[in-house]
Design a protein around this ligand. Structure first.
Ligand code: SF4
Length: 291
């Protein structure tokens, strides 16, 4: 719950504000870029919502914020934000909102599939918030939970307990210690289902994985994201905990795959044609090689 006494001075006057507890995860500025911005080491409100649509997306940011750092001085129906999640991205792929502080506001995604096709898949863990869990349950629950890496596992154990989902993770990121049911090893790609390929991408962490769904949606964890500033795909050298060199090598392996969506845990998501994604991936690899 945000504290008005700790309202950051960078907020413009008015109803919505960010307080001093903000951890600068950028979820709000990515979700509602017309309202929130990253002003340096934290985010703040630079434009107060004026329309119903702007109020709704601001309430979504309030709900998605991992630290409850967004507040309002006026009363709003919380369901404006709560009921918006999971939020449809495209086809049957959703953003879960309700990010967790334990994964520094990392984004998690839900693939909704009928049981005959293997059931729903959660990629990384959102916060185990009752309202979100009920909505996921109404959408068919969770059959499988794919964990990209050790930093974004958050409430994986609670989701497993609730839905009995099989957790899939790489051994080199502590999968056994976390109790994952399916522990992957090595660097060879794995066909997890007809429509899901697991691609080991060591670099950010030793056991980092990305998941390719339907040759279209690439769930990239902390491996790859879109840079709004450079207008191309990028990676984050300052958080290459295991090895930047390995991450560059892993990035080059992605040239073997086609995708139209990059859906990261941290950083901006992006949609483009397969050809353009291929172009941006190549530019990212070349940029990484210069770092
Ligand atoms: S979502 Fe919350 S923690 Fe993340 S940048 Fe915005 S206010 Fe800060």
């Amino acid at each position: 719950m945000a504290n008005i006494q700790q309202r950051l001075p960078e907020n413009v006057p008015g109803d919505f504000y960010v307080d001093a507890s903000c951890i600068d995860c950028d979820t709000c500025s990515q979700l509602a870029p017309s309202i929130f911005r990253d002003h340096g080491e934290q985010c703040s409100v630079y434009h107060q919502p004026e329309t119903d649509a702007e109020t709704r997306v601001s309430m979504m940011a309030l709900v998605a914020c991992p630290t409850g750092s967004i507040g309002t001085t006026e009363k709003h129906d919380a369901h404006l934000g709560i009921d918006a999640f999971p939020m449809l991205i495209a086809e049957n792929v959703y953003f879960c909102g309700f990010t967790s502080e334990a994964s520094f506001g990392g984004w998690s995604y839900l693939i909704v599939r009928p049981a005959s096709e293997g059931g729903n898949v959660l990629i990384d863990s959102p916060r185990f918030a009752t309202q979100l869990v009920k909505r996921i349950e109404a959408m068919g629950g969770v059959s499988q939970m794919l964990l990209t890496h050790r930093d974004d596992v958050a409430d994986h154990a609670l989701f497993h307990k609730k839905f009995g989902c099989e957790r899939v993770m790489h051994a080199d990121d502590g999968a056994r210690r976390l109790g994952a049911e399916k522990v992957l090893e090595g660097e060879a790609e794995i066909l997890l289902a007809d429509d899901i390929i697991v691609i080991p991408t060591p670099g950010h962490t030793r056991g980092h994985l990305v998941f390719l769904y339907k040759q279209k949606f690439l769930f990239t964890g902390d491996h790859l994201a879109w840079s709004p500033k450079r207008q191309t795909l990028t990676a984050f050298p300052s958080v290459a905990w295991y090895s930047w060199r390995e991450q560059t090598r892993s990035m080059a392996r992605l040239k073997n795959y086609n995708f139209e969506w990059v859906l990261p845990g941290h950083g901006d998501l992006h949609h483009d044609s397969k050809a353009n994604m291929r172009y941006h991936l190549q530019s990212c690899i070349e940029w990484m090689q210069t770092r």
